[in-house]
Design a binder for this molecule. Structure first.
Ligand code: ADP
Ligand code: MG
Ligand code: ZN
Length: 609
């Protein structure tokens, strides 16, 4: 039997063995032990022994007589004999001067009897029952929760268990500063109450996925050294009506007993959705849960020392009541990291892997604008995996660069079969992007060009990396970006006179930028600074929806098209006037399959010959 496999079994098993041993001892060994010392004799012998004066004492029991006699050597022996209906016995014993007595049958007290015959078996069966139910619950997993009515599954994290401190969260300095106050308060509430300051009851962490909200909450727990209750919003929404509300009640009861402490509700939008925006008929269960949460948050005083943290990436869907002062009135934005933040995050995660000597994390940070902390952690891990695949014991810069591309475009498909004709088209397309980018003033420098296909479906790509961090985009930059995106298709037209389906993604991106210029950035003459779209869902993919009449919508399309046409024309002009270069660079790319930024620039500056 594998003990590790089922650690509970041995204990239970040993109990059974122990019981078996006791049973065997009681039924077989004890009686034989007794028998060895007791000699059975017939009644006549007993009488003879009494008369001869050998018997010392007699004990008369219900159906037998036990007596002791002394043998020739003076040893005392215990005898038993069956009890006869002998009315003269008392006289005989009296005359022989023997000590004798009748044993009073031992009767247990009624209480003990009751306990033994009723309570003990009941306890025994209840025990077995409980055991079976537990096993059953474990078997059917989720359903087990349904049986523990109203008990919250909030896990209690204490400092030692999360083991995460602010040092593990890189960047996010503003968020850390806001949370530092809360940690400080939990350490020494008196400092705040003396002045009369009230610490906010609820703090909402908002930001895109993967920016470290959950990580920050854990770090707060690690830093503040108070009990930490963590529950995910979805855990409130249960299979039985009313359970969610019961859980909320239970969670807050536990928290108040353990105060000062932190309650963390992850993904709070699952329960905190605005009640009015409900689907037809609403969702009673969720609403009840939310109402209970609102009530509980009002139910305790701020100076109790319970601080509630919550995280969401859809703050706009949250119910207004949840956000009013006295509830989640403080909002801590956890935004995508900037260049500095990305480098810091890379540094934190790079500590966990063995690095070579050529590592430049700043370059990686520059290559990954818009990446979240989770993406960056993933990049480091992919690099380590690649190092192992290549049989190295440390990570090099090329591993990191390759894994950036893996995260952006997927793995390389080295053995994909692509015809020579398609390869030529792809090469012209990519060089088109690169050449247009190089000739434009506001375009980011080319970092890498490749025509090795990727698992994401990209047949090649041109990577551009800005020197520093770009936060604002000027109109010129937006136009140059569109022109660069359209440069791929334009090169196909200029060099080959054909057009292919390969530009679909470029077209989509270019249109998106052009459209945003018109509808949101106020960069068109026609609409000046009129807002034509609103962005809902800021942290999850920026879904924009038009807020204009149908006529205006048609005009927006016209305006967008105008921008695209101008940019397309510009790209074609650039390529036409550098046609020689276009052919030369494409030839080079076809030979090498991948060009670095430096190789590309060198070839570009080389005189055509
Ligand atoms: P979310 O905001 O979606 O809750 P998480 O906190 O779950 O994101 O972050 C996911 C992972 O990404 C973390 O476990 C961590 O490895 C990494 N990460 C995200 N942000 C940071 C950061 N600022 N510093 C270090 N690691 C981070
Ligand atoms: Mg999270
Ligand atoms: Zn392209």
């Amino acid at each position: 039997m594998d003990l590790k496999d089922n650690p509970k079994k041995p204990l239970y098993f040993y109990y059974l063995i122990a019981m078996g041993i006791i049973l065997i001892f009681n039924t077989f060994i004890l009686p034989t032990l007794m028998k060895m010392q007791i000699t059975q004799v017939d009644y006549g012998t007993f009488l003879k022994l009494v008369e001869s004066g050998h018997v010392e004492s007699v004990e008369v029991q219900d159906d037998l007589i036990a007596f002791t006699a002394v043998d020739e050597t003076g040893r005392e022996i215990v005898f038993v004999t069956g009890r006869m209906d002998d009315p003269d016995l008392v006289n005989r014993l009296y005359n022989a001067d023997v000590q004798f007595t009748k044993v009073i049958p031992r009767e247990n007290s009624p209480l003990v009897n009751f306990l033994l015959s009723w309570i003990l078996p009941m306890v025994f069966f209840i025990g077995i029952g409980q055991f079976l139910i537990k096993r059953l619950q474990n078997r059917i997993g989720g359903l087990g929760n349904a049986m523990s009515f109203g008990k919250s599954n909030a896990k209690i994290y204490v400092e030692a268990q999360t083991g995460i401190s602010f040092d593990d969260v890189a960047g996010q300095d503003e968020a850390k500063e806001a949370l530092q106050e809360i940690i400080d308060y939990l350490h020494d509430p008196a400092k705040y109450t003396e002045i009369g300051a009230k610490i906010p009851k609820g703090v909402l962490l908002v930001g895109p996925p993967g920016t470290g909200k959950t990580l920050l909450a854990k770090a707060v727990a690690g830093e503040s050294k108070v009990p930490f209750f963590s529950i995910s919003g979805s855990e409130f929404v249960e299979m039985f009506v009313g359970m969610g509300a019961a859980r909320v009640r239970d969670l807050f009861k536990q928290a108040q007993e353990k105060a000062p402490c932190i309650v963390f509700i992850d993904e709070i939008d699952t329960i905190g959705k605005s009640r009015s925006s409900g689907q037809l008929g609403g969702n009673d269960e969720r609403e009840q849960t939310l109402n209970q949460l609102l009530t509980e948050m009002d139910g305790f005083e701020a100076d109790k020392g319970v601080v509630i943290l919550a995280a969401t990436n859809r703050p706009e869907t949250l119910d207004k009541a949840l956000l009013r002062p006295g509830r989640f009135d403080r909002r801590v934005p956890v935004e995508l990291p900037d260049l500095q933040g990305r480098e810091a995050i890379l540094k934190v995660h790079a500590q966990k892997v063995k690095l070579g000597s050529d590592i430049d994390l700043n370059a990686i940070a520059r290559a990954t604008p818009g990446a979240s902390g989770a993406d960056l952690a993933n990049i480091i891990n992919e690099a380590a995996l690649r190092a192992v695949r290549l049989g190295r014991t440390y990570v090099t810069q090329s591993d990191l660069e390759e894994s950036v591309e893996v995260v952006i475009a997927g793995y390389e498909r080295k053995n994909a079969v692509i015809s020579m004709k398609d390869k030529l088209t792809i090469a012209y397309h990519e060089i088109g992007h690169a050449l247009v980018a190089a000739k434009l003033k506001h375009s980011a420098p080319v970092h890498k060009i490749t025509i090795i296909p990727r698992t994401s479906g990209a047949l090649g790509f041109t990577m551009q990396i800005d020197e520093g961090e770009k936060i604002l985009m000027s109109k010129d930059e937006a136009l140059d970006r569109i022109t660069t995106l359209l440069g791929g298709r334009s090169a196909e037209e200029v060099a080959l006179g054909t057009i292919t389906s390969g530009a679909a993604n470029d077209i989509e991106q270019a249109t998106k930028i052009a459209r945003a210029m018109v509808t949101r950035f106020g960069m068109s003459d026609e609409f000046d600074m009129m807002a034509l779209e609103t962005v809902s869902n800021r942290y999850l993919g920026e879904d924009a929806s038009l807020i204009v009449s149908a006529e205006t919508a048609a005009k927006i399309d016209e305006e967008t098209l105008k921008i695209i046409k101008v940019c397309h024309q510009r790209a074609i002009e650039i390529l036409e006037s550098n046609k020689e270069k276009l052919h030369q660079l494409t030839k080079l790319l076809l030979e090498r399959e991948t060009l670095s930024g430096a190789e590309f620039i060198a070839a570009l500056e080389e005189p055509v010959g």
